[in-house]
Write a protein that binds this ligand. Structure first.
Ligand SMILES: [Zn+2]
Length: 386
């Protein structure tokens, strides 16, 4: 305390005259945008002076801090303090920063429209070679790069449960900032890119609602975001709703069957469906429903288990009596409430024809790639334009 007081007293002789305009200062973080430096000023002293100045000057001088993006705490007219000082809060808890308006990153991607085009595709081969080279002897404790979704350059990290000797890079390599895995980072970026050309706030539907992805979009999408879950059990619906709100979700959780959507015809600008189709026995009807509710020019972005072979593998089916028949060893995918959901399909390139038959005009598989974005080979994502 005595030291702080001494610093404050030392600096007081150099305190600014009213109206001195030498820089902009973020009050809580003392990050200066320029101006002269008064090295002897203590943090407490500058903060006190800044508050006093802010009271006198009113709100007209408030501007966002370029470092921590705090929008209310920057005041103009203070003399310099410790200039160019890094914002401590921005370093320690970057998730608390408001999102940047436009992610600065553009991801490269490969676009292929059929198995015939994919077979022998040089770009696909080069991406595979580059990815394989980067994977050999990789140190997973430090993966540098810029997230193509949130724009953060903090790099990437494997989930704690992932074995670094055999990592599942599609599912287990997370952005340190937004915590999205490679599959979501790449496919969500594709979705947002599709929406950029619209001249109105988009209406977007996600086929899963109780997920970190939906909650992230609630905070970042400028438009109408709709979502739903498929869960017949009342008790499990209660648990899902509780989980949604605990994770920071806003509003109520909706429940829908993707083969019987309750949206009006041509009412949505985009649909995103991540790892859902393989759990829907009658997925063809769901694709037709998506075509019905999308506006002309609307987009469906979807991920699912993809064999990258010509034909879809049917692992199980529902027979005429409504019973599940397993054609291969049952495969269940993780689900936070039910524990596991049966996987009916591993899709091949022929799934594109199902979308074309349902009325989509341009159907392609897109693979975002770029090691500098933590994206390795294999992130095939279906993009279909109505
Ligand atoms: Zn990110």
């Amino acid at each position: 305390m005595a030291r702080r007081a001494r610093n404050w007293n030392q600096s007081s002789s150099a305190a600014p005259r009213a109206g001195a305009e030498t820089g902009l200062y973020c009050v809580p973080h003392l990050h200066s945008s320029g101006g002269s430096s008064l090295e002897s000023w203590s943090r407490v002293g500058v903060r006190r002076l800044a508050r006093r100045h802010a009271r006198r000057s009113g709100s007209g001088n408030l501007r966002p801090c370029a470092t921590c993006l705090s929008s209310r705490q920057l005041v103009a007219g203070l003399p310099g303090s410790r200039t160019r000082r890094r914002c401590a809060q921005a370093r320690r808890s970057p998730a608390s920063r408001p999102p940047t308006k436009e992610p600065p990153v553009r991801m490269d991607h490969l676009t292929v429209r059929s198995w015939q085009e994919r077979d022998g595709h040089e770009g696909v081969r080069d991406a595979w070679l580059a990815s394989r080279e980067a994977l050999v002897g990789r140190d997973w404790s430090q993966v540098a790069g810029t997230c193509g979704l949130c724009g953060s350059s903090r790099g990437f990290v494997l989930t704690e449960s992932m074995d670094p000797r055999q990592p599942d890079i599609r599912e287990g390599l997370l952005c340190r900032e937004c915590r999205h895995n490679s599959r979501i980072r790449s496919s969500l970026r594709l979705l947002l890119d599709q929406l950029e050309s619209l001249d109105h706030p988009p209406a977007v539907y996600l086929t899963e609602q109780v997920t970190g992805t939906f909650i992230w979009l609630q905070r970042h999408l400028r438009g109408t975001l709709l979502g739903s879950e498929f869960e017949p059990s009342f008790l499990k619906r209660m648990a899902l709703t509780r989980r949604f709100h605990q994770a920071g979700g806003k509003g109520t959780v909706e429940y829908q069957d993707v083969t019987k959507l309750n949206f009006a015809d041509a009412s949505l600008d985009a649909i995103a469906s991540f790892e859902v189709f393989e759990h829907v026995p009658d997925y063809r009807t769901a694709v037709s429903e998506f075509a019905r509710v999308l506006k002309p020019g609307g987009t469906c972005v979807a991920t699912f288990p993809f064999t990258d072979g010509p034909d879809t593998i049917t692992r199980a089916l529902v027979d005429e009596e409504g019973e599940v028949r397993h054609l291969l060893e049952p495969e269940y995918h993780g689900d936070p409430i039910s524990g596991g959901v049966l996987c009916f399909y591993h899709f091949g390139w022929d799934v594109l024809d199902v979308f074309r038959s349902a009325g989509f005009s341009d159907v392609r598989m897109v693979m975002p790639c770029g090691l500098e974005h933590g994206l390795f080979y294999g992130l095939w994502t279906l993009v279909a334009t109505r």
